[in-house]
Design a protein around this ligand. Structure first.
Ligand code: ZN
Length: 144
């Protein structure tokens, strides 16, 4: 079962983020990192904003993080979402990828459970085109 309806439009890869999506197809979360100064960045970009280098490496990360910010949508912003409201949109700060934050969804939290600082971990959600999307769930051991 997917968090959002299967008829939601899927992400379209660009030349810069195609490797990210390919890793997702393999259920691997890899974040782009500067090959020169090692700064993580997301979304993927051709040049490092810190040092200007075009050297790129893709680094595996744990998928653990915390909710940096979130919102709960009560009005569908796309016709496919009519049956999905209310749903959350979570900005997840990854534990091991510098300042990188992923925009995703927390699949197992009711709106009233959402809170900044909530520990979360990656979960892969299959897509209708045989890919996977990086979603998150509450991390085991959280006391709330
Ligand atoms: Zn750099």
């Amino acid at each position: 079962m997917s968090y959002l309806p299967d008829d939601m439009p899927l992400p379209l890869a660009t030349p810069d983020d195609a490797p990210y999506w390919q890793y997702c197809r393999e259920r691997k979360l890899h974040i782009q990192r500067c090959g020169s100064c090692r700064t993580f960045r997301h979304p993927p970009m051709p040049l490092c904003a810190e040092c200007g280098s075009a050297a790129i490496e893709w680094t595996p990360v744990s998928g653990d993080g915390t909710i940096f910010s979130y919102t709960v949508a009560y009005h569908p912003t796309h016709p496919a979402l009519k049956s999905a409201v209310p749903y959350n949109i979570a900005v997840v700060m990854l534990d091991d990828a510098g300042d990188v934050r992923l925009v995703s969804n927390l699949v197992d939290a009711a709106p009233e459970e959402m809170r900044i600082g909530l520990p979360v971990t990656l979960t892969w959600e299959p897509t209708p085109d045989d890919g996977y999307l990086a979603r998150f769930r509450k991390r085991d051991g959280d006391g709330r």
